[in-house]
Design a protein around this ligand. Structure first.
Ligand SMILES: [Zn+2]
Length: 462
């Protein structure tokens, strides 16, 4: 009976997918939704591809998953991934539907899935991945994810014992997961910019998990990312088997040491959090047995997906559009740190309104007081534009960060903000949320037009 139900669900999901595609819809979630409605154990019943790699964690899942899927595809493997879809159970069920033929037989070489950490209990026990990459565990939206230890307990309970883990040795939280499972660690050696005392507003791992003593840090990168030890009981960070030993920003390369071998890979993106994502991808691909030369060659040709990061020119101004996730104070702080540490005179345009959140209820703005807007308090940052319905909240937050009123341009209408902002600047950082991505693309288009015109007119005058 279960088998019949499964096949009805599979065929219905495939049919719904075809119909939605004919209608021009994305169809990333609904086929899986139907499949799970008709057959609640659909994920467990679907025959698995020869290889299953999953990626979870608070930040960097999408970027890491896409890198792994892109490179395995470039290496000639037939892949299904949920890159354009959802990372919860319905999205995973849709991806599984694509991985088998109408008889339920696997038709691909490998399944590469991004898995939402909160939904992992509904996914991982059933699809039993061969590898699970955990990028990190941080404080996320308080409304959705509560405390990071709550997410830790979900993963620690529901990841199957047979799954091999790829963990971040520098993340004190996620590196402690699932002590019984086979594992390999990646990490980045001490950097010149590291400190030994936390400068961030949030550090969710400052106490020894064994004896409660305050931890000491050999080096601390941001929040609880670093290398720590307990002065009392001997607890310490794990050693990384894949160590990033050098970052060459000029030649855009990173050096990764594994055993006695040191390899130089192209740097996909210079933001440190994206270097972590690349290192996580290199580690799992190496463990998986992917051809190292091919991985190196293909790393050269891939980029962080344009919905997350894009560089372009608006006249003489270099525009860098990058995501700063709303409701997620740590992820947003990483972007603010990146923008704050860039060099030269620059403008920052912030449009991080969580429209999705606002649709059903009032948007929670408390998270901006956990995010490190202080990183924007720099003399090189000449103007900060806060635009959108929540601009006054952002203005208040910037004032609390000690930023002068003269630097802040506060405007509810994002397009009007472009008209009135200063256009004589070398670099502009446009920060948006996942739900303001489409709007940010339109604002970016206007920036290109308006900046080019203004700079040409100014050039004509001279
Ligand atoms: Zn201790």
């Amino acid at each position: 009976m279960g088998k019949i139900r499964y096949f009805i669900a599979l065929w219905a999901a495939k049919l719904v997918y075809l119909l939605l595609r004919v209608l021009g819809r994305n169809a990333t979630m609904y086929p899986g939704y139907i499949a799970l409605k008709l057959c609640p154990d659909y994920l467990g019943r679907t025959k698995k591809s020869p290889h299953v790699i999953c990626v979870t964690g608070t930040n960097g899942k999408t970027t890491t998953t896409n890198m792994i899927a892109d490179i395995l595809s470039e290496c000639g493997m037939n892949i299904v991934s949920n890159r354009y879809g959802s990372n919860i159970n319905t999205g995973v069920a849709t991806a599984l539907t694509h991985s088998v033929n109408v008889f339920g037989k696997p038709k691909i070489d490998a399944l590469v899935l991004e898995v939402d950490e909160r939904f992992s209990r509904l996914i991982l026990p059933f699809i039993k991945p061969d590898y699970l990459v955990v990028t990190n565990l941080f404080r996320d939206s308080l409304k959705r994810n509560a405390h990071p230890e709550y997410i830790f307990s979900i993963l620690d309970t529901y990841v199957p014992e047979t799954t091999r883990l790829v963990l971040n040795a520098d993340c004190l939280q996620s590196s402690q997961l699932l002590k019984k499972n086979e594992r390999v660690y990646f990490g980045i050696d001490r950097l010149d910019t590291d400190v030994t005392e936390c400068v961030n507003l949030i550090n969710d791992f400052s106490i020894c998990p064994v004896c409660d003593e305050k931890l000491e840090f050999n080096y601390l990168r941001y929040h609880h990312i670093g290398n720590a030890y307990c002065p009392k009981c001997g607890f310490k960070s794990f050693d990384a088997q894949y160590r990033l030993t050098n970052i060459d920003y000029e030649n855009k390369t990173i050096t990764v040491k594994h055993g006695d071998t040191e390899d130089v890979y192209p740097m996909v993106n210079r933001a440190i959090y994206n270097i972590y994502n690349e290192l996580a991808a290199i580690t799992v691909l190496s463990e998986f047995g992917a051809d190292k030369e091919k991985v190196m060659a293909h790393m050269n040709s891939i980029s962080v997906t344009q919905t997350r990061y894009k560089e372009l020119k608006a006249g003489k101004t270099e525009v860098i559009r990058t995501m700063a996730k709303g409701q997620n104070s740590v992820s947003c702080s990483r972007t603010l740190d990146f923008v704050g540490n860039e060099s030269g005179p620059r403008t920052v345009f912030i449009m991080v309104d969580d429209l999705f959140e606002r649709r059903d209820s009032s948007e929670f703005m408390g998270w901006i007081y956990d995010a490190d807007f202080e990183f924007l308090n720099s003399p090189d940052i000449r103007q900060i534009v806060v635009a959108g319905p929540r601009c006054f909240d952002y203005k208040l937050r910037l004032r609390i960060a000690g930023i002068s009123e003269d630097v802040i341009l506060c405007e509810e209408d994002e397009f009007k903000a472009v008209d009135i902002m200063d256009k004589d600047i070398d670099k502009l950082y446009l920060l948006h949320d996942t739900s303001t991505y489409d709007l940010a693309c339109k604002v970016e288009e206007k920036i290109v037009t308006v900046f080019t015109q203004a700079q040409n007119a100014k050039g004509g005058e001279q």
